[in-house]
Design a protein around this ligand. Structure first.
Ligand code: F6R
Length: 611
């Protein structure tokens, strides 16, 4: 939520800030702003996207080699010019951009109001910047001390970049709960919420930890924690190429990422499946495997699409390894006082590695003594740093707000975990093992084949794009796919859609079916096939319009459904990985036909770092 960039060095800051903000727009896009320090701090900000900010700045003088920028996803206060960041303190000594939420802002605001502070915006950020100024002026102390003292009074999450008029050669940064990366250049430093704005300037980065405060001049970086302990910055090499964050000729990041799945899945299992011996190894779990293998139960936590991947994981681990699995929304789990045992294995799934609810649930599980593993995409993000072990998905940067390749990469990792556990527990025999490993190895090619149906899927989409509701049905491994298909449709096309286990239809949703109701049934040849065929007949008997995702060569459903999309055959346990692809494309085309902005759907942001 919210993207932050900063620069200090010898170059003009504005172009770096604007370019960086465009890369971070996936994090929020309802208003944007920059502040530049050039013998006085100048702020430009407005409601809208970064392009609107660019127009707003126009030909005004916005020079300066120290600056910061922000693209906002509103939490406190509607998106408008006043609530846009940066925010300045009342007397103008401090200017600040913020990602996160100050939870005790109301109490702090009222104290400041009693001391004569007035507020222009509805944001928690303006409270923080005034708190820093109040402490600074009252204590007659340095800006750095004032920042640290103010942060010690704050509850909540923040990634912050701060300028102070009294120290015009310095930029301050701080982190608690919201990510912040510093790029180390030659007599210059870059700051950003993630590494994408930094990668073209330097590959040397420092990921700030919670409670870190950085005091940065163009040729010096001092790192402390809020208690004033001096820390040694850990410089890491960035494993990211510029080409990975471009659209590479695709109209949208979402489409590019759908098309990347043959490669991203291969990257997920590359080096983990030995293609000569078919041996499977997951280095990040190596030390913990014996513990997982004997676990009494596994709890999988995540949000949104990652939770759907977790559901596939539940089915896989229970079937293949025969270990009981529970799947929980992280947001529910963290607040419902769940029973946790010290021998529990908790697997947290997150593309971004920054989702606030998932992070909080991890902390709770750790406090209860459970072993926590992570399945994350963003290397160096918060979740992998909080967990006892885990597996990176290596899907490459996912920039489209609707998750696609991250889902298939997560399911690939969960499949490997389930197979590995099943092998060790002797619940997966040699035949099943070979069939699953060969099935995984064949997936990239089979996904390529599904992608060749894009024109058919586009044509089918033209019959659905005016729908107001849609029902998605699937059974077994395909039930989570139905949930994921419905989520993809609603989030980017704003059509109301629900995913259901196909058999549950009779217990309520069937009442919705009439000649206007599209029903998308994932009906590949698996153990529930005959039952799903009956479900399709039930829908057709009530005049519903059926689009079925079927196994190549299926003739039975072809004669029943209004539209079919064929996908290649694959072992049932891998069926989620193939059948989700046409549903991603379907949502994409429907959203385009409805004129929606697929990469930046309304009200959404990629990385949900607030509750
Ligand atoms: C949907 C989507 C979201 C995320 C959810 C969790 O397309 O992208 O539902 O899956 O916000 O995000 P991560 O996986 O980053 O924890």
């Amino acid at each position: 939520m919210c993207g932050i960039v900063g620069y200090i060095g010898n170059r003009e800051a504005l172009p770096i800030l604007l370019k960086g903000l465009k890369r971070l727009e996936y994090r929020g896009y309802d208003s944007a702003g920059v502040a530049l320090n050039n013998g006085g701090i100048k702020i430009f900000k407005c409601q809208g996207k970064v392009a609107d900010l660019e127009n707003h700045i126009g030909t005004q003088n916005a020079s300066g080699s120290i600056g910061m920028g922000h693209t906002r996803w509103a939490t406190h206060g509607v998106p408008n010019d006043i609530n846009a960041h940066p925010h300045s303190s009342q007397k103008g000594h401090f200017t600040l951009i913020h990602n996160g939420i100050i939870e005790n802002y109301a109490e702090l605001k009222s104290k400041l109001q009693h001391r004569g502070y007035e507020f222009k915006s509805d944001t928690d950020t303006e409270v923080l910047v005034n708190l820093i100024e109040y402490i600074y002026l009252k204590g007659n102390i340095t800006p750095e001390i004032a920042i640290r003292l103010a942060l010690s009074k704050v509850e909540g999450a923040y990634g912050l970049v701060i300028l102070c008029d009294k120290e015009p050669e310095t930029i301050f940064a701080a982190r608690k709960g919201s990510p912040l990366v510093i790029g180390v250049g030659d007599n210059e430093y870059f700051l950003a919420s993630d590494a994408t704005p930094i990668v073209e300037y330097t590959k040397s980065v420092i990921y700030l930890n919670d409670n870190d405060v950085a005091v940065i001049k163009k040729n010096e970086l001092k790192l402390k924690n809020i208690k004033n302990d001096i820390l040694t910055p850990k410089i890491q090499k960035l494993d990211l190429e510029l080409g990975q964050i471009d659209k590479n000729g695709f109209d949208h990041f979402m489409l590019k990422e759908i098309y990347e799945q043959p490669k991203s899945i291969l990257d997920t299992y590359r080096g983990r499946i030995n293609t000569n011996s078919n041996e499977l190894t997951l280095g990040g779990l190596y030390d913990i495997l014996p513990k997982i293998e004997h676990a009494r139960r596994i709890i999988i936590i995540g949000c949104g699409t990652s939770w759907h991947a977790g559901m596939v994981g539940e089915y896989l681990i229970e079937e293949l390894a025969r270990i009981p699995v529970e799947v929980e929304y992280a947001s529910e789990f963290r607040y419902r006082n769940p029973i946790l045992y010290k021998d529990d294995i908790v697997i947290a799934i997150s593309q971004s590695g920054e989702t606030a609810d998932t992070l909080a649930a991890i902390k709770m599980a750790k406090e209860a003594g459970a072993t926590v593993l992570g399945i994350c995409n963003v290397v160096g993000s918060s979740i992998p740093r909080e967990t006892d072990g885990g597996v990176y998905t290596h899907a490459g940067p996912e920039i489209g707000v609707a998750s696609t390749k991250a889902f298939t990469a997560q399911v690939t990792v969960l499949t490997m975990i389930a197979i590995l556990l099943g092998r060790r527990r002797k619940t997966v025999d040699d035949n099943l093992y070979s069939s699953l490993i060969n099935g995984l190895l064949a997936l990239p090619e089979k996904i390529e084949e599904v992608l060749k149906s894009n024109d058919i899927i586009k044509e089918v989409s033209s019959h659905f794009y005016e729908a107001t509701n849609c029902l998605y049905l699937g059974r077994g491994y395909l039930f989570p796919v139905a949930l994921e298909g419905a989520l993809k449709l609603k989030e980017i096309s704003y059509i109301h859609a629900e995913g259901y286990p196909a058999a549950e239809m009779k217990h309520g949703p069937i009442a919705l079916i009439d000649e206007k109701m599209p029903v998308i049934v994932i009906a590949t040849k698996d153990s529930s096939y005959d039952k799903v065929v009956s479900n399709i007949q039930e829908v057709k008997a009530r005049k519903g319009i059926v689009l079925a995702i079927v196994t190549k060569g299926d003739t039975v459903i072809k004669n029943m459904a209004d539209y079919v999309i064929e996908i290649p055959e694959t072992p049932e346990q891998l069926s989620a990985l193939l059948s989700v692809i046409p549903l991603q494309l379907l949502s994409y085309h429907i959203a385009i036909m409805r004129g929606c902005n697929v990469d930046q759907p309304r009200n959404l942001a990629k990385s949900v770092t607030v509750e």
